[in-house]
Design a protein around this ligand. Structure first.
Ligand code: HEC
Length: 112
C-alpha cells in the first residue's frame, strides 16, 4: 500500500509539472504579446506580480472572461481580448502563472 501511495504521488507530481510546461507553451503562444514574465508592464500587467496578487482560480476566470471581470479586478475599461482557449489550456496557463512566485522560497513573513 505504501509503495502505491508513493507511486501515485510521484505520478501526480509529474502530471502537475507537465501541466505547468504545457501552460508555459500556451502562455507564450497566447499571452506573451501583452504580458511579460519578469519584464515589467507591457500592455497588461507582468505575470510575476499577478502570481502574488491573484489565485489560480482568479487567473483562470479572468483569462476565460475578461470583459465580465475587469471591473471587479479594478480596471475602468477592458482592453484584453477573450481568447479562443479551452478549459484545459486555461487551467494549464493559470497553473503556470501561479507557479511563478519567484521569491516565495526565501520570503519569510515576520511575526510582530
Ligand atoms: C491584447 C493584449 C492581451 C492579451 C493577448 C492577453 N491579455 Fe491579459 N490583460 C491585458 C490587459 C491590457 C490587462 C489589464 C486590464 C485591461 O486594461 O483590460 C490584462 C489583464 C489580465 C489579468 C488581470 C491581472 C490582474 O491581476 O489585474 C489576467 C489574469 C490576465 N490578463 C491574463 C491573461 C492570460 C492568461 C492571457 C493569455 C491566455 C492574456 N491575459 C492575454 C491584455 C492582454
Amino acid at each position: 500500500m505504501k509503495q502505491i501511495t508513493i507511486l501515485l504521488s510521484l505520478l501526480l507530481g509529474t502530471e502537475l509539472l507537465a501541466d505547468i510546461e504545457k501552460g508555459k507553451a500556451a502562455y507564450t503562444a497566447n499571452c506573451a504579446i501583452c504580458h511579460t514574465v519578469n519584464g515589467g508592464r507591457a500592455m497588461g500587467p507582468d505575470f510575476n506580480i499577478v502570481s502574488y496578487t491573484r489565485t489560480k482560480e482568479e487567473i483562470q476566470q479572468y483569462a476565460e472572461n475578461p470583459s465580465s471581470l475587469y471591473r471587479k479586478f479594478g480596471y475602468s475599461a477592458n482592453a484584453m481580448p477573450t481568447l479562443p482557449l479551452n478549459e484545459d489550456d486555461l487551467s494549464d496557463i493559470a497553473e503556470y502563472i501561479s507557479s511563478l512566485q519567484p521569491f516565495k522560497k526565501w520570503m519569510v513573513k515576520k511575526k510582530i
